[in-house]
Write a new protein. Structure first.
Length: 259
């Protein structure tokens, strides 16, 4: 059997590739589980400082949940399938190191939900993104209604979910759905450059930033500010904070080692 998820390392960057190109990388239960295991492994490996997620085959990032498999599910199985996807996407969102979606083509339905669970998104100018579930008589089931609302606001979230119509990469950038759009031919180089820059930053500081932004998205400003100060104090006690400040003052590049 071919691997559903390919994993390779370029220096401190783990590249995960959803590998069902003949089905435009559609997500079935086994693929969701394999992705979860791949993110667990990336989280646990101290040598990995950033993760890039993409899809195989050049045409799609991920074209959604696997409709053929989904069409055979009972209502209870459909709920479990939704929970499986939601658990994966929560796991990704709560990764202690940055995750970048390299959106190299269609990111539809569960595929856009997967991209939205990443911390940053960089898209090829040829990519198309959307939540077409309504056209199947369904709604997004992997957290799409919730994350889209938080990313782009109510008006655009309602437009995309109620019409089901995909948007091109330029509109996705205007909406704040992706961070950056680059020519398709430059996507890999631009993404790897971004991921390498992230991987060179202090891991414990990035972990605290990921936590603080996550907590801040869920609570009021006072609790968020208190959390930020506590994290600031904690990170201040790390070797990497000493190294970062000393390197600045010594006019040299810092070398962080996750302590
Ligand atoms: N599930 C299962 N198979 C899929 C798929 C999906 N989401 N998307 C594409 N495929 C399969 C096609 O069935 C086809 O397989 P065969 O060659 O065996 O017939 C193969 O991938 C290639 O696809 P197309 O021939 O359709 O390629 P195209 O270039 O004509 O169209 C496309 C590309 C516009 C992306 C079209 O494939 C499409 O609309 N896909 C479905 C998109 C979609 O509706 N996604 C939402 C799924 S529901 C969901 O995600 C629910 C949730 O939130 C939990």
């Amino acid at each position: 059997m071919t691997d559903l998820i390919l994993a390779s390392d370029r220096d401190a960057v783990r590249i995960l590739t959803v590998n069902r190109p003949d089905k435009l990388n559609a997500l079935d239960g086994a693929t969701l589980q394999a992705l979860h295991a791949a993110f667990d492994a990336a989280a646990d490996d101290d040598a990995v400082r950033a993760v890039v997620l993409t899809g195989a085959g050049g045409k799609a990032f991920v074209a959604g949940a696997d409709i053929a498999r989904m069409s055979t599910l009972s209502a209870v199985e459909a709920r479990d399938f939704s929970l499986l996807g939601q658990r994966l996407m929560r796991r990704m969102e709560r990764m202690p190191k940055p995750v970048v979606a390299m959106v190299n083509g269609y990111a539809l339905g569960g595929g856009l939900e997967l991209a939205m669970a990443c911390h940053l998104r960089i898209a090829a100018d040829s990519a198309r993104l959307g939540l077409p579930e309504v056209t199947l008589g369904l709604l997004p089931g992997f957290g799409g209604t919730q994350r889209l609302l938080r990313l782009v606001g109510r008006a655009a979230a309602l437009e995309l979910t109620l019409t089901g119509a995909p948007v091109d990469a330029a509109r996705a950038r205007d909406l704040g759905l992706v961070n950056r759009v680059v020519p398709a031919a430059d996507l890999e180089a631009a993404t790897m450059e971004l991921a390498a820059a992230l991987a060179a930053n202090a891991p414990l500081a990035m972990r605290a930033i990921l936590d603080a932004i996550h907590v801040g998205g869920e609570c009021g400003i006072d609790d968020g500010l208190e959390y930020e100060s506590a994290q600031f104090g904690l990170v201040f006690s790390t070797d990497d904070a000493r190294e970062g400040m000393a390197a600045f003052l010594g006019r040299r590049k810092p070398a962080f080692n996750n302590r």
